[in-house]
Design a protein around this ligand. Structure first.
Ligand SMILES: [Zn+2]
Ligand SMILES: [Zn+2]
Length: 344
């Protein structure tokens, strides 16, 4: 079968033909992949930016951690009746044997393996995943939209971390898919949302198409002239990974406001802590969502399919995965989804 793999450290990914797995490990299921999204993490791995060195021991490894598919085989200990079920899965797998896992605190497992990072992922016809990581999909949910579940759980966690409430005014920095998803979920909570990007017309246009009005492109206006009119914000959620934007936007956060960091920043940010103290503000980090939150996100996607489909800008076959990476890298794409398998 075809698989998009990271073969060696350094720049690049390769489309290769690999063996199909013939033995499914105990407790795991074999999934025929239907759709799989390309995300910023995949681009970082392709460009070999710092922070992914630990992948080396797993290479060659198939990338892809945002996906939907159908169970086609089960390992020991699982019911054959699971075959045919449509699922998505949490990509972070736990070991079940470390001190944290044995204490029931799987969230702090010391041997986590990420699907598509340190074990084979979903940019392939088949992927193997522990059944305990799977979440069932409703029959009416389109499989392409279901592949958005994982990044949307990251967005849901960010909105929860920022404590977004009805009637609040929220600034979202960065109109990539994570910023877009945060905007969508904050609006669904009843907040007024402003989204800011830089030289980001295609991605801001995708938000305009689903009804967002307050969209700022700092290619045309300065941050200060725009935000001074739209602020103060109850919360700012940063999903751009640009350290300078933290200090540039903090002046527009309300007293006791919450600044939530979601982006991965290449350098430290400089922050005026005296102002932070006197404004009684908080800075919070937000990362992976807990397992309990996944089904609510799946239900949100099922209820908002027309809107969510507008955030998928490109649908490509696996054979065109390298084109997909190029498009995603150029920031013209909102979300690139590889359509790998046919059928339901
Ligand atoms: Zn991702
Ligand atoms: Zn563990």
């Amino acid at each position: 079968m075809l698989a998009l793999q990271k073969v060696r450290p350094g720049v690049g990914v390769e489309l290769r033909t690999v063996e199909t797995l013939d033995l499914v490990p105990a407790g795991e299921v074999l999934v025929r992949v239907h759709s799989a999204g390309i995300c910023g993490t995949d681009l970082h791995i392709a460009e070999w930016t710092a922070g992914y060195e630990s992948m080396q021991s797993a290479m060659p490894v198939t990338l892809g951690h945002e996906f939907s598919g159908t169970i086609t085989a089960v390992g020991d200990g699982l019911e054959p009746a699971l075959i045919g079920r449509r699922i998505t899965a949490r990509p972070s797998t736990t070991c079940g044997t470390c001190a944290a896992c044995l204490a029931g605190d799987e969230d702090n497992c010391s041997n986590r393996k990420g699907l598509g990072i340190s074990r084979n992922g979903a940019f392939s016809q088949f992927v193997c995943v522990p059944y305990s990581n799977c979440h069932a999909l409703p029959d009416n949910l389109d499989m392409g939209i279901a592949a958005l579940t994982e990044p949307m759980t990251v967005c849901a966690e960010a909105v929860a971390t920022a404590d977004v409430r009805p009637g609040q005014k929220i600034l979202v920095i960065g109109p990539g898919f994570i910023g877009q998803g945060i905007a969508v979920l904050a609006r669904a909570k009843g907040a007024d949302v402003v989204v800011m990007g830089r030289d980001d017309e295609p991605r801001l246009a995708a938000l305009r198409a689903i009804g967002f009005e307050y969209l700022v492109d700092t290619k045309h206006v300065t941050i200060d002239e725009t935000l001074s009119k739209l602020s103060p914000f109850d919360a700012i959620i940063e999903a751009a990974g640009v350290p300078a934007l933290v200090s540039a936007t903090l002046p527009y956060l309300k007293k006791r406001g919450i600044f939530t960091v979601v982006g991965i920043h290449p350098q430290p940010a400089e922050i005026d802590l005296v102002k932070l103290v006197r404004m009684h503000q908080q800075i919070r980090g937000s990362y992976r969502a807990p397992a309990e939150d996944w089904d609510a996100v799946i239900a949100f996607l099922a209820a908002n399919q027309v809107m969510m489909s507008k955030l998928i800008s490109h649908r490509l076959p696996l054979a065109d995965a390298l084109t997909g990476f190029r498009v995603a890298h150029q920031r013209v794409a909102t979300k690139v989804v590889l359509q790998i398998g046919g059928g339901a």
